[in-house]
Design a protein around this ligand. Structure first.
Ligand code: FEO
Ligand code: CA
Ligand code: CA
Length: 661
């Protein structure tokens, strides 16, 4: 993994993700569970609609599987809608009585004067002004009291070059007869387009004549990119030797942000962008004996998912060995000032941040939850030292620079210890290589290892519920967990379908250091005994899911879960959004509200404060089998032969108005 990577050998990110056991999108890596599924889904067929089908994988016909009729909500449920039908096809579906319309697509103009999308002649300059690729987190900040005008804050996590660039991807057969998609030739312009398609978009949106629309002339519209947005580094690691590079001898300035997965909005209306799989962007080999060798091994640098190091020295760790220390942080952006400098808040630690959801604690301190999305990594929370002042926005703007980062230890007796990552406390000393708090945050994972944090089954979104004092932790899957290393919080060996943990912070105190936890749901098909899923008996054939990933708590404190990894072969359904009861007799009941087109995962569920509008991010649609620009698994959302498949944000409203769900 640490050998120098020949850029000519770099595969597409999709191919790498599909091969990677760190992303549970390919349950065929798990023959035992695949056998279970195949037994259940005994009737096989090929998908319709011109879908690409991997040569190595048989698929099932979802239409044949899903005979159950949509049903009304279970008795005692907090939700009241007619459930959608699970399945797989080329487009999206929402529960009856709701509209789900396309709001923003890859390539749509964002900043004033941006050109219209021309997929056959895309340029880095155009992309830097247009909506980026693979929308993930979506945040909403109202601009007026009606909440019918606001800023949409959207992360662009990564790129699928095989689906973005015409005439570049080829299908090859390897020595074992397996077919895969590869891009044999790269240009600087392609890399620059990819960098410009990363980052985030800030887009004014408004409800006009009853329909939500982007406002292309919005004065706060902004693109944030991997290669064009100067950022400041603040907090305990700012200016540290380990963050200095040739381009930045101060260790306080960095260009851009990488792999922005989920995120958050602070109580003072700033946009938090979580840097997740930053290791994928680096190539090259560290100089012999370099001090960062252990640090980089712990986070998988260099993974070589992209070949940007061929075109920019900073992505080649032989040339700029400290650059990877400048990624893996939480970035805070003031969306109301398009000239503001985003800040990387190093106090929150450096790891593969899935998201960063905040809550104001009863005492005014702000608590930020974040999962570190890798098999056997950890759940964190940060508690600010200062308190939030609702009447003084300026006084809140640097709250995230000082406070205490904690990591979770889920004890088998149902108690939970939040262990502080504080230099000088416990094992976090100079003898263990931590000369100060900068070293602790730069190597947060190693610090958490020494503290004895609980190794989890891929922590994704971690969402506090301010109404109940509970916190929901999405654990997407971990097929590498063996029977020998199960524990109470990760109780399934070969965990293909993931689970959800509910933390009860003691007395509703989100800053508590000792709390309790229990498992809300073990996911997967409850009809297959070997899976061990625990959805309630009221959950229908459509209502169960695998691989929880992102989630949202609506204004009524209800939980909504979106998924990454469901497919025809994995679960007989695409990813989607499920409404999950957490209280009373209906606890553990799940109902399908929305599902994505084939190949996509669903990210970014977020509601407007009045719960009358829901925004959803459909990520990597059409990315299934041997998909390419010319031959995607769907041409969603435009369904024109001249248009590629396009990741897009969908806006959901209730027909005739009213609260969602
Ligand atoms: Fe970017 Fe963990 O998903
Ligand atoms: Ca995610
Ligand atoms: Ca994910």
């Amino acid at each position: 993994m640490n050998d120098r990577i020949d850029p000519a050998e770099i595969k597409t990110p999709t191919a790498i993700r599909e091969e990677s056991e760190d992303v549970g999108r390919n349950p065929s890596a798990n023959p035992t569970m695949g056998d279970v599924i195949n037994r259940r889904f005994s009737r096989r067929g090929f998908l319709g609609g011109g879908l690409a089908v991997a040569a190595t994988g048989a698929t099932v016909s979802p239409a044949a599987l899903m005979s159950a009729r949509p049903a009304r909500a279970a008795a005692g449920s907090a939700f009241d809608f007619a459930e959608a039908t699970a399945g797989v096809d080329a487009t999206h579906h929402v529960a009856d009585g709701y509209d789900a319309e396309i709001l923003l697509r890859w390539g749509d103009p964002v900043t004033a004067g941006a050109p219209d999308f021309d997929p056959m002649n895309q340029s880095a300059d155009a992309q830097a002004r247009q909506f980026g690729y693979n929308n993930d987190y979506v945040g909403f900040v109202p601009l007026d009291e009606t909440a019918e005008r606001g800023l949409l804050l959207v992360n662009h996590e990564y790129t699928n070059p095989e689906l973005m660039f015409p005439g570049k991807a080829v299908v090859e057969t390897d020595a074992e007869g397996r077919q895969k998609v590869r891009i044999p030739e790269w240009t600087r312009e392609m890399a620059d387009i990819e960098m410009a398609a990363h980052g985030g978009s800030i887009v004014e949106i408004a409800r006009r004549d009853g329909r939500w629309q982007a406002v292309p002339e919005g004065g706060m519209n902004r693109r944030i990119t991997a290669n064009g947005t100067p950022m400041a580094i603040s907090g305990p690691a700012a200016g540290h030797e380990r963050l200095k590079t040739n381009a930045d001898p101060s260790g306080r300035r960095v260009i851009g942000t990488l792999n922005n997965c989920a995120g958050g909005v602070t109580p003072w209306g700033t946009y938090l962008m979580a840097e997740e799989n930053f290791h994928g962007y680096f190539t090259g080999a560290l100089p012999e004996g370099h001090r960062e060798a252990e640090n980089y091994a712990r986070v998988g640098v260099p993974a070589g998912w992209y070949n940007w190091g061929t075109f920019q020295d900073r992505f080649d760790i032989a040339r700029e060995p400290n650059e990877p220390n400048r990624f893996g942080w939480i970035v805070e952006v003031d969306p109301f000032d398009p000239t503001s400098t985003p800040k990387k808040r190093t106090a929150l630690g450096r790891f593969k941040h899935e998201g960063c959801e905040t809550v104001v604690n009863g005492d005014g301190r702000v608590v930020v939850y974040s999962g570190d999305d890798e098999r056997f990594d950890y759940v964190y929370k940060f508690v600010t030292a200062g308190t939030y002042d609702p009447d003084d926005r300026a006084a809140n703007m640097d709250l995230l620079d000082a406070g205490t980062l904690h990591v979770a230890r889920f004890n088998d007796d149902g108690s939970l210890d939040w262990l502080p990552l504080v230099h000088g406390e416990g094992p976090l000393t100079a003898e263990n290589g931590f000369a100060g708090q900068a070293d602790v945050v730069i190597e947060a994972r190693r610090a958490a290892d020494l503290l004895g944090a609980t190794k989890m089954d891929r922590p994704e979104d971690v969402e506090p519920n301010p109404k109940t004092g509970k916190v929901y932790v999405m654990l997407t899957n971990n097929t590498r967990r063996t029977a020998e290393d199960v524990d109470a919080a990760n109780p399934r060996a070969n965990n293909a379908f993931g689970h959800i943990i509910e933390i009860a912070e003691t007395g509703g105190d989100f800053a508590a250091t000792r709390s309790t936890w229990e498992i809300l749901l073990k996911c997967g098909d409850p009809a297959v005994a070997e899976v061990g899923a625990t959805f309630s008996a009221a959950t229908s054939e459509n209502g169960w899911f695998g691989m929880p990933d992102n989630c949202a708590i609506d204004a009524d404190g209800r939980l909504w879960v979106s998924t990454d990894g469901n497919s025809a072969t994995a679960t007989g359904r695409t990813d989607g959004l499920w409404a999950v009861d957490t209280e009373g007799a209906a606890r553990g009941t799940s109902q399908l509200f929305f599902r994505v087109p084939v190949g996509a995962e669903l990210c970014g569920p977020v509601f407007t404060p009045d719960s009358r509008t829901l925004f959803l991010a459909v990520q990597h649609p059409g990315d299934e089998g041997l998909a390419t620009f010319e031959n995607p698994a769907t041409r969603w959302p435009d369904f024109k032969d001249t248009m590629p498949v396009r990741p897009s944000v969908v806006v959901v409203t209730k027909q005739g108005g009213g609260k969602i769900g």
